[in-house]
Design a protein around this ligand. Sequence first.
Ligand code: NAD
Length: 489
Amino acid sequence: MPAMKHLVKGTSRYRHFINGDFVDSTAKEWLEVENPATGAVIASVPNGSEEDADRALVAAERAQPAWEALPPVERGRLLQALARLILENRERLAQVVIAEQGKPLGEARGEIEGTALYLTYAAEEARRITGDILPSDNADEQIWIERVAHGVVVALTAWNYPAALMTRKLGPALIAGNTVVVKSHEGTPLSALEIAGLAQQVGFPAGVINVVSGTGTGIGAALVRHPIPRLITLTGSVRAGKEIFRAAADDLKLLRLELGGKAPFIVAEDADIGAAVRAAVLSRFENCGQICICNERMYLHRRIADEFLDKFVRAVEALKVGDPTTLVDVGPKFSGPELAKVEAMVDAAVGAGAEVLTGGKRLTEGAFARGHWFAPTVLKVADNHMAIMQDEIFGPVVPAITVGDFDEGLKLANESRYGLSAYVFTKDMRRLMRLIRELKFGEIYVNRPGGDAVHAHHAGLRNSGIGGEDGKYGLDAYFQKKTIYVNYA
Ligand code: NAD
């Protein structure tokens, strides 16, 4: 087993993982990684260069044919082994996630369990990589449709789940026979490099998994522009999705873009109010509101609006905000710019007439003197066109509107550029059947909080993306189809 050399000797500087080994970047620039709870610099990573992108992609390309030639079950065994090692390292990896991203301990442990689950689920698909055999219109002839790998995949991930978003792409890409170059977000690059270290211990063939670090406009763009990868899979912002869409056009690369959301949370007059309040709190404040499927705006039937808001505000005020290395409910915002963005959105909403029911400002006193903290916030607004109702907040803030009836809630929910997830609380089956047809969102949660399943399908409509992940449809994206006409006369 080659020695693990994550770090430049005697420093907290990480290195790229390319072709089975930790290597230095050709760039002599470093990016600092900050702990969101304290503002302290905890490590640095290479600000990868175009040459680094080329090195990683060439290694992936060289490794791909032999990887695809392995029986899928053998590929699955390596994925299972990596999943086991991730779980054995659960506490250590959870601390890495907390340190670079800021989610509370319980959630960080959950993320690491999910990180392993994406791999074991993909591994279980090894014996289900099927094709089709069709009768031909000609005598003594068959038509075969086979699913084969694309080749090299570039995986770009967001900062809110730095470990799980990596294996959500890695698992299906690898079981399908592709090799991969991963680039995590520049603010949270450590989990992916730590997982690369575990992949090295497991003994994946060199070049099958490569992990590099750097900015989106630097090494990220270089990976997208490069002629080697056929498929680019991104989890990130709509802005990055559009830039990558444009950049990928020259070579007609295939894209999977999992982008932002602005989930409506509709509460009808017949809803179980207690259950709706609990779900609305969890679905907004988990990971400090930094989940693409979070409850971003609430539509409350006029008959239950006061009761709902009263209970909701009390539940929000009871949330424990604090040190994410402990079992609190809400940690810090991920970064200074992210905190400033949320603050500006709240200030603009208040300036435009929103009423602050609780919170509404940064937390700066005592334990909150360092790091990036915002008070859990509830706003009452009257106009669905306000920016706070239309733009993704991605923080611990939720606006609510009172609606006259269910139809109005449905109409306002659909008035959005986004189409990722939506929440509805009602006991009326006829309404549910209507929702399926009329709500323009890819993932709808009925009478429950958010949280997607590894074997379902997570896909955004409209500006929330093109593609989709998880389950059989997510896996299918990592194959291309070849059709073979076989005449045996
Ligand atoms: P981001 O778009 O800034 O970055 C995502 C990744 O893309 C990073 O690795 C970044 O370096 C890279 N990147 C950025 N611009 C690039 C370019 N031009 N070329 C190549 N690479 C580029 O997003 P973020 O701030 O990390 O993530 C937050 C967003 O992600 C939110 O909008 C959130 O809703 C969304 N998100 C979506 C899902 C989903 O499954 N739909 C899941 C998690 C997060």
